[in-house]
Design a protein around this ligand. Structure first.
Ligand SMILES: [Zn+2]
Length: 603
């Protein structure tokens, strides 16, 4: 169990710090109009603002973690709200800073940086990044209008959540034992794994049938979201909604285009996986979309890992990252940084929170002894190690790293773990089980997310080119993508048009080009683990340099310095090669199994 005393000795201590920072935050506008006076004046203002943010971050971590320990405790949820209000208040009190820096101009800012070393050491990236936004920053009046419109533009997501989480009349579903369940999202995710083909078909028919009857409503909701994205991009003088979304991380559009082109080039690898699935499931003719979720290989007894075993295995699996990384991880495991086991009231899912720069990372997972939990543990500790490395090497202002780098650090650990489990499995059935898990994670984290990314781009372009969108049109676009990604023309899978409503259910389409970060990161992780396993120390050092760089540069440039060009085909090809390697191993094991097929099987 994690120990939150490292953050604050007590809720009273938190409250005292909160009051103090709130008072400080209220005075931050005293610097308004002073930034251009001198290097010292600029430094004094930025230092004061940064100090307030740093404590506010720490207050936010404590409030959020304590809230997640038990969501039923009202006072802890109120503290979380207080912390959020403080962060909002600081943002409002400092909204003038970026426009004022932009008004100083690059030449003056650079002169100030050369005059005051600390200004450059701590704030160089922030200043460069702020000045970069000049062409997309409007006058005071227009910025005020846009800020006021922010809540309105956030409503499509709220409508979608309201429908998906509460109002949608999810169907009743009859289980083989005669009992009946409400087929909401968690139930759909559970029962679609049914080994009986007719049962999983009925799950799909019931679930997507319900969504289909809201095609028009959800279509109008998503269209409004896309119109909002396009509107914001246009008034801020971006060439497109995609350009606007990529601007924040300064990702070249070539990365997005290469990701999509290379994924399409790798579709035969996905088809190979789907054909392997068809053979394994013993299906005659093409697969159906509802055949995707049955686990490919199920050992008679699923492997079982208590937390202590998971930590031991993770340490052994990450040995290729070198003794320093392993020692740091071991020391993390012996510290009280992780809330591992599920208990009533605890938040679901899993995350690492590394925002308390002066303390240490914290991890929440809901560990339940299976391989998925073990993999999640290795993933989240990958984030924690990244935070430790970045925070030790960077000042607070340059410690906060991009999702593109973060997910690579976490997925690399998952890949090394998967390789280790395959090579250390005790039986053929276990080996196949781990290979199947590795393959399925590439389908869902890579191919599926790139398909989502293509859908997002296509629907934004419809609006940008003045064509109307509707629920029916969204379904038509999505159907085309499903058929291409799952190889309908190649005879791999037949897509029933009734399931092309799937877009209606995906919340990520309301996050403005979000999902492609995961796909890109997974390709980055494949390139990273490949080079470490092939080259050893030099590749490891380049990787650690990338992690230690934290948020001191843009993710594309950090990858490049680590020897990986995310705008080139190489990382995407590395991931496809990995998938093919896993399938080679599966096929070799299957041949072995066939060769020994004459022996009596033990039950
Ligand atoms: Zn992650």
């Amino acid at each position: 169990m994690w120990d939150l005393h490292d953050l604050y000795a007590s809720p009273q201590a938190w409250q005292a710090s909160y009051e103090q920072v709130r008072a400080q935050a209220q005075t931050l506008d005293r610097f308004k109009g002073t930034l251009g006076r001198s290097a010292d004046a600029l430094y004094t203002a930025l230092d004061a603002i940064s100090t307030v943010n740093r404590v506010s971050d720490r207050l936010g971590v404590y409030a959020s973690l304590l809230g997640d320990e038990d969501l039923r405790v009202a006072v802890n949820q109120e503290r979380r709200q207080q912390a959020q209000d403080l962060a909002t208040q600081i943002a409002a009190q400092t909204a003038w800073v970026a426009p004022e820096i932009i008004s100083l101009g690059a030449a003056k800012v650079q002169r100030f940086e050369s005059e005051r070393a600390a200004l450059q050491q701590r704030f160089d990236f922030y200043l460069t990044d702020t000045l970069r936004a000049a062409p997309h920053t409007l006058g005071e009046e227009a910025e005020g209008v846009l800020a006021a419109a922010g809540n309105v533009l956030a409503q499509p997501e709220a409508i979608h959540d309201q429908l998906a989480d509460a109002d949608l009349p999810y169907p009743q579903f009859r289980l083989p034992d005669g009992s009946s369940v409400r087929l909401d999202e968690p139930a759909y995710e559970k029962y679609r794994q049914a080994s009986d083909r007719d049962e999983r078909r009925r799950v799909f028919d019931a679930f997507w049938g319900t969504w289909s009857s809201y095609q028009g409503t959800v279509g109008a909701t998503l269209t409004t979201q896309v119109m909002g994205d396009v509107f914001t991009a246009q008034v801020r003088h971006y060439d497109s909604a995609l350009a606007s979304a990529l601007f924040q991380s300064n990702m070249p559009e070539a990365v997005y285009r290469t990701l999509v082109a290379q994924t399409n080039a790798a579709l035969p690898t996905l088809y190979r996986y789907l054909r392997l699935r068809r053979a394994q499931l013993g299906i005659q003719g093409p697969l159906a979309y509802y055949d995707n979720y049955v686990p490919l290989f199920q050992p008679a007894q699923p492997p079982h890992f208590p937390v202590a075993d998971a930590e031991r295995i993770t340490l052994a699996a990450l040995a290729p990252l070198g003794p320093d990384y392993v020692a740091m991880l071991r020391s993390g495991f012996t510290s009280r940084w992780m809330n591992a086991l599920p208990h009533p009231g605890k938040a679901t899912g899993g995350y690492m929170n590394g925002s308390a720069y002066d303390v240490h990372p914290y991890i929440l997972i809901n560990y339940n002894d299976d391989y998925d939990s073990l993999s999640t543990l290795a993933h989240e500790w990958g984030h924690a190690m990244h935070t430790l490395l970045a925070n030790a090497a960077q000042p607070y202002e340059k410690s906060n790293y991009s999702t593109f780098i973060a997910e690579s650090a976490a997925i690399s650990n998952e890949m090394l773990l998967n390789d280790y489990m395959v090579s250390h499995a005790r039986t053929r059935a276990e080996k196949l089980y781990y290979l199947g898990a590795g393959l399925e994670s590439i389908r869902t984290t890579f191919f599926r997310q790139v398909m989502f990314a293509e859908f997002e781009l296509a629907i934004h372009q419809e609006i940008e080119q003045g064509r109307p969108l509707s629920g029916a049109r969204l379904t038509q676009i999505y159907c085309g993508l499903l058929k291409r990604y799952y190889g309908e023309a190649e005879g791999v899978m037949t897509i029933d048009p009734h399931y092309c409503i799937e877009w209606a259910f995906v919340p990520h389409f309301y996050y403005d080009f979000y999902v492609w970060q995961y796909a890109t990161s997974m390709a980055g992780a494949a390139a990273i683990t490949d080079s470490i396993l092939k080259e050893g120390t030099p590749a490891r050092d380049r990787y650690f340099a990338m992690l230690k760089a934290g948020g001191s540069d843009y993710p594309y440039d950090l990858y490049k310095r680590a020897g990986i060009d995310m705008a080139s085909p190489a990382p995407y090809q590395a991931l496809a090669a990995r998938m093919n390697r896993l399938m080679d191993e599966v096929e070799a094991l299957q041949r072995e199994g066939d060769a020994g097929g004459g022996r009596p099987k033990a039950h």
